[in-house]
Write a protein of this length. Structure first.
Length: 409
């Protein structure tokens, strides 16, 4: 008789782990372990030092197996692939055929695909040597391609969590149809996400698409008793796609209406110097703090202290930072895109605006900062929403049950 999934090891693979912008994966891993599952973490690349600021990140870094370093060592790389070829030549060659066949056209794509196949051989060797029962990947990117090939090579079932929206923009580039077909099951972070997958897949696969939210532990977040009601907080990458240029323009427009407004921008990116220059040209540099990268504890502190959280993105899946803000009883102003409206209830937990609408953003900021009573009501309702529907304890219990359910098939 096969041992149950609860007593067998699950491999978790991401392209870069741990990563400060993906702390929700760390929470998920910890939650699955708390539910009795044994999780081994794998990552294609090692994170930067900026991603290892907290104790939890450093601990996960020490116990995670990284694939890319072995890729640069010819002898261990060759040994890993020879081991898989000798063990199961048909599976190994079948994975190679899949790698070459299921790819976008062009020489560059072929080179990349062969690199993913090389990484998959390393991962497959670990899966077999550790008697891994199941492989799970986050994001349907190149890391998931490695997982799909390693799954075929090692004859170990795989699943993945679908986030989007990047993969929805180029289904062929990410071999999304192949991944959906071959995966044992797929976790979708929102109903919107699931609906997009249904566009690109056969109807026979729909029943294996399950809603598992990214989530937070509400107990990790709280409102500061000395909250700065005039502080507007943004957490994310310093880039145009996050809507930061429009945010700065909106701040300039409302400066006269909210004279004590202060803005804190947490995060970094290549466009930061350009955005700092924009703040100076708009005359709001004195009221805008570019705080750079922050640890999770520091981000939690900013969430607790802010009067309003803002995220005017053009493209998202279902941002965890919105959950963190709402768990901190901080109302949010954000764009009505993808699955955001499944979390943010317009007029109840925050304000939804049209993406790219700087006038709408400015009006929303004037409205929400002009009504402290509504902000407090939204804050309480937001925490209740997260506690009931985006709670890491509830979501990891659901995910653990999926691993056990599909492990019996």
């Amino acid at each position: 008789m096969k041992p149950s999934m609860s007593t067998r090891t699950i491999a978790y693979l991401t392209s870069e782990y741990p990563k400060i912008s993906h702390t929700f994966i760390q929470r998920e891993v910890a939650g699955l372990r708390a539910n009795g599952l044994e999780i081994d973490t794998f990552s294609i690349r090692e994170p930067s030092s900026d991603d290892l600021r907290g104790d939890a990140e450093q601990s996960e870094h020490q116990t995670t197996t990284y694939i890319f370093p072995t890729l640069k060592k010819p002898i261990p790389l060759l040994q890993a692939h020879l081991s898989q070829l000798v063990r199961a030549p048909a599976l190994y060659l079948g994975a190679l055929v899949s790698a070459v066949r299921d790819r976008p056209a062009g020489l560059k794509s072929l080179i990349y695909q062969l690199a993913y196949f090389a990484e998959a051989g390393i991962l497959a060797d670990h899966l077999k040597s550790r008697s891994i029962a199941h492989l799970h990947a986050h994001f349907a990117n190149s890391g998931c391609t490695v997982a799909m090939l390693a799954s075929q090579m090692a004859d170990v079932p795989f699943s993945f969590t679908m986030h989007g929206p990047t993969e929805f923009f180029d289904v062929e580039k990410f071999s999304l149809r192949e991944k959906l077909s071959k995966a044992r099951f797929v976790c979708c972070i929102s109903h919107f996400c699931r609906s997009q997958l249904m566009l690109f897949s056969d109807k026979s696969d729909w029943e294996k698409f399950h809603i598992i939210h990214c989530a937070v532990d509400p107990d990790d977040f709280s409102a500061s008793p000395s909250r700065d009601e005039n502080n507007l907080l943004f957490v994310g990458r310093m880039s145009g796609v996050k809507g930061v240029p429009l945010l700065l323009e909106a701040v300039a427009r409302v400066a006269a209406d909210i004279p004590d407004l202060s803005v804190t921008l947490v995060g970094d990116g290549e466009e930061r110097p350009e955005l700092e220059a924009q703040a100076r040209s708009l005359g709001v540099a004195d009221s805008v703090l570019f705080a750079g990268y922050q640890s999770q504890a520091e981000v939690s502190g900013h969430m607790a202290n802010a009067g309003v959280f803002v995220l005017p993105s053009f493209a998202e899946g279902l941002p965890v930072v919105l959950m963190e803000a709402l768990a901190s009883q901080t109302p949010v102003v954000t764009t009505r895109i993808a699955g955001v409206s499944e979390l943010v209830i317009d007029g109840k937990t925050g304000v939804l605006i049209a993406p790219g609408d700087v006038d709408g953003l400015a009006d929303a900021l004037r409205e929400i900062f002009g009504d402290q009573k509504t902000r407090k009501s939204m804050g309480k309702a937001g925490r209740a929403k997260v506690s009931s529907d985006f709670n890491i304890q509830i979501e990891t219990q659901k995910l653990a049950q999926l691993f056990k359910q599909y492990g019996r098939k």
